[in-house]
Design a protein around this ligand. Structure first.
Ligand code: TXA
Ligand code: MG
Length: 347
């Protein structure tokens, strides 16, 4: 299949917005920019179209999808028994990088929710994508537009690298501002549960959901007891071809450890890339250094892109310097630990 690549500058590009909406309405797949990561969209009410998402990504069938709607009023079309706390949360934070898990109405096909009784709903902030959803007039199921297991795409070029020839259209709406996927909160039980941390952190969530708890799979990749509440959490994730090792601790300690690890790997003939958090850290022995920036928001926005870049540069090992600081740390940690398959050195 030929994949059409279409740059759209803003939501006033009605012609291309209609073009994308028409493809979605006809059952096609369109990669869409959002403020978090690029999504691979299909009409959520069309089972065949949704099945094509799973095929294009190589995604396990038991991993449910998020449906994207253009406004809060549309949430009740596809969900039931929505608690008032859900509306309060959405009114404060949507459109934005938040996904809420609610009880599913029967008009959402089983395949979307992997047979769960719930459905994940999100209202993206990106104006182009909201305009496309509105024009399509249907909810859009959209996982991140990467091959299953790979880092999520934060540019249209990343999407093309994974999806060219497999989908109908890629919309280029520029790089994603947040760079990590949305915060996922389950509101179907008495106690709200954070299933996936994102830019909207716990301190903000607690203002609306004082009793929110963090699902144990968020940072502990080793727990295997009990059911996994967010099926996506059990799979290999965000994995570049290179081996990732997280070096966590103060900037000073992590610098020392990175130098020592680098030495060991290079002596074994491996090419070592350093993802440096500290812009003053410039080990000349590194085969590549990419700076994650002085703020953790910048780290978040560039993490997936840098993991892909290290692969393009054929690094064998990525040493990721990480000093947790503030609310967004939980979200970065969650992705880093998974990309490293839990290989963490704390210093
Ligand atoms: O920022 C985002 O959320 C991006 C953009 C495209 O919107 N989408 C995204 O989708 O990250 P995906 O499919 O890559 O991740 C969705 C996560 C998975 O971990 C999945 O298991 C979980 O949400 N999920 C979806 N439906 C669920 C449900 N009903 N109950 C629990 N977890 C659910
Ligand atoms: Mg994903």
């Amino acid at each position: 299949m030929e994949t059409v690549f279409v740059p759209i500058k803003d939501e006033k590009d009605i012609k291309n917005i209609k073009l994308a909406a028409d493809i979605l309405k006809r059952g096609g797949l369109v990669a869409l920019p959002t403020e978090t990561v690029y999504g691979l969209g299909a009409n959520a009410l069309d089972e065949t179209a949704v099945a094509h998402i799973f095929a294009a990504k190589g995604r396990p069938q038991d991993n449910p999808l998020i449906i994207h709607v253009s406004c809060i009023d549309d949430v009740s079309l596809y969900t039931e028994d929505v608690p008032s706390k859900a509306y309060k949360l959405m009114e404060a934070l949507c459109p934005g990088p938040l996904t809420v898990i609610l009880k599913r109405k029967s008009n959402i096909p089983d395949i979307v929710s992997a047979n769960l009784e719930t459905v994940a709903v999100r209202i993206p902030k990106h104006a182009i994508t909201r305009a496309i959803i509105k024009e399509a007039g249907v909810p859009i199921a959209a996982p991140s537009a990467n091959l299953s297991g790979k880092p999520s795409p934060t540019t249209a070029a990343h999407v093309a690298a994974d999806m060219d020839g497999k989908i109908d259209m890629i919309i280029d709406g520029g790089p994603c501002a947040v760079g990590l996927e949305s915060t996922v909160v389950d509101l179907t039980g008495d106690i709200p549960m954070l299933l996936r941390p994102g830019q909207i952190g716990l301190s903000v969530l607690r203002k609306f959901l004082p009793n929110i708890e963090v699902d144990k799979h968020v940072t502990d990749l080793t727990v295997s007891d009990g059911p996994v509440r967010s099926p996506g959490m059990k799979y290999k994730h965000y994995s570049p071809n290179a081996e990732v090792i997280v070096i966590e601790g103060t900037l000073e300690n992590t610098q020392k450890e990175i130098l020592s690890q680098m030495n060991t790997f290079q002596n074994a003939g491996k090419k070592v890339g350093v993802l440096a958090q500290d812009s003053a850290f410039s080990p000349k022995e590194a085969d590549t250094i990419l700076y994650a920036g002085d703020t953790l928001d910048h780290y978040a926005a560039h993490l997936f892109s840098y993991l892909r870049q290290f692969d393009d540069l054929k690094m064998d090992v990525i040493l990721a310097q990480f000093e947790p600081k503030g609310d967004i740390s939980l979200a970065i940690k969650n992705r880093l630990y998974r990309s490293a398959a839990n290989h963490i050195i704390r210093v």
